[in-house]
Design a binder for this molecule. Structure first.
Ligand code: NAD
Length: 360
């Protein structure tokens, strides 16, 4: 039996465990897995580019577990009242290839993207950071705001989106939390005075959502929306002034902000991969004045971590629906018995007269 976690079951699990505790456990799981970076099989994700978006698979494995996520990115979907990003995923045992968990991953993506950005923020933002600017208040933004507040004492959130309805929605969800909420008229206004700037807009173009002139010394930027070839958000000159950290260079060079450079230039621009900061091989922020950028595209290891944690918690709380997705056979070679054991055998009869393929 495979455990299936639907959207409703995931919501039940988060309510049982508590969102704050879930984020804390997720950051600890991510940290632990990033520390084992060398143990994972890693490839840049395969992507199918379709007219209005992208459909991707994100696989990775260590010696025990294999995980993959199916995810899309269709920035025009909200115009038809559909989400830009949806995802599902699976966790399996490496030893026999049998799946353990099939899960919704749209919400899990929101959680793991925010937890990963918060982890990077913890290494890269000033310790005294209090003001967060959010550019783009779509599906990811609430998760981003809450996870950032777990690593820095965020008092104020300044925010802007080109869609005023998205700003109202964000404000409504954030009202129960203890932030000073400052809606702004432009991206430039939103980042004024911000210590941390999280950019999570969706537009399949080389958009300049943040201009170089607006970025003052000491700021940390999480760039989340530049995550596909031909889709970036930051003025290229910001990156040459900044300490740039990516998840996995091979994938980030194809998809991230650094795609705007040649490979040789990109290698010079990138200071570190995130695991190197976590492992302590390289230091994060070293001065109050430096500009830091986490050029995030989302890497399969983050999906591995969130699936692993969710599976552990689903077992602990006995949440999830066991579903027979794999045939249970008395004889592992008797796969045909699955059809024989079901109902009327008359339906399995094949006429003796041979037919050519052409006549079928
Ligand atoms: N790095 C990662 O791991 C990761 C994970 C998930 C999503 N993403 C990316 O993050 C982005 C946001 O995802 P989402 O699910 O929140 O999408 P969404 O469509 O729900 O929200 C995006 C918002 O950006 C706004 N926007 C577009 N252009 C803008 C601009 N120039 N200035 C201000 N606002 C603007 C839109 O109006 C929309 O409200 C997407 O590009 C997605 O691909 C990255």
């Amino acid at each position: 039996m495979i455990k299936v976690i639907s959207v409703e079951k995931l919501a039940e699990l988060i309510h049982k465990h508590g969102l704050k505790q879930y984020f804390i456990d997720l950051m600890a799981t991510l940290k632990g897995d990033f520390l084992r970076w060398q143990e994972f099989d890693k490839i840049p994700r395969p992507a199918f580019h379709v007219p209005d978006g992208v459909i991707e698979l994100m696989p990775t494995a260590d010696k025990q577990l294999f995980a993959y996520k199916y995810v899309n990115g269709h920035p025009k979907n909200p115009l038809q009242n559909k989400q830009t990003i949806i995802a599902t995923g699976q966790l399996s045992k490496v030893s026999d290839g049998h799946p353990l968990l099939i899960s919704e991953m749209t919400v899990l993506t929101g959680l793991r993207t925010a937890a990963t950005a918060a982890l990077a923020t913890d290494y890269l933002a000033r310790k005294d950071a209090k003001t967060l600017a959010l550019i783009g208040t779509g599906a990811q933004s609430d998760f981003q705001a809450l996870a950032t507040a777990l690593v820095r004492d965020i008092k104020t959130i300044r925010y802007h989106d080109i869609d005023p309805k998205a700003m109202c929605r964000f404000e409504k969800n954030m009202q129960t939390y203890n932030f000073e909420l400052v809606p702004c008229k432009s991206n430039e206004e939103a980042i004024k005075g911000a210590d941390i700037v999280t950019v999570c807009t969706a537009c399949k173009a080389h958009a300049i959502v943040i201009e170089n002139d607006w970025v003052r010394p000491g700021v940390h930027i999480n760039g989340l929306g530049g995550d596909c070839p031909g889709k970036t958000e930051l003025d290229k000159s910001i990156l040459t002034r900044a300490k740039v950290v990516v998840e996995f260079f091979e994938q980030s060079f194809i998809e991230g902000e650094i795609q705007c450079f040649t490979e040789q230039e990109a290698k010079k621009v990138v200071y570190a991969e995130l695991w190197e900061l976590i492992e302590g091989q390289k230091q994060g922020r070293t001065s109050a004045d430096e500009i830091t950028v986490f050029d995030s595209v989302g890497f399969a290891l983050e999906d591995f971590s969130v699936l692993k944690l969710t599976y552990q918690l689903a077992e602990k709380y006995d949440i999830g629906v066991p579903i027979n997705m794999i045939p249970v056979l008395k004889d592992p070679k008797d796969l045909f018995s699955v059809l024989n054991d079901y109902g009327d055998n008359q339906a399995l009869q094949i006429h003796q007269t041979a037919q050519t393929v052409g006549s079928i």
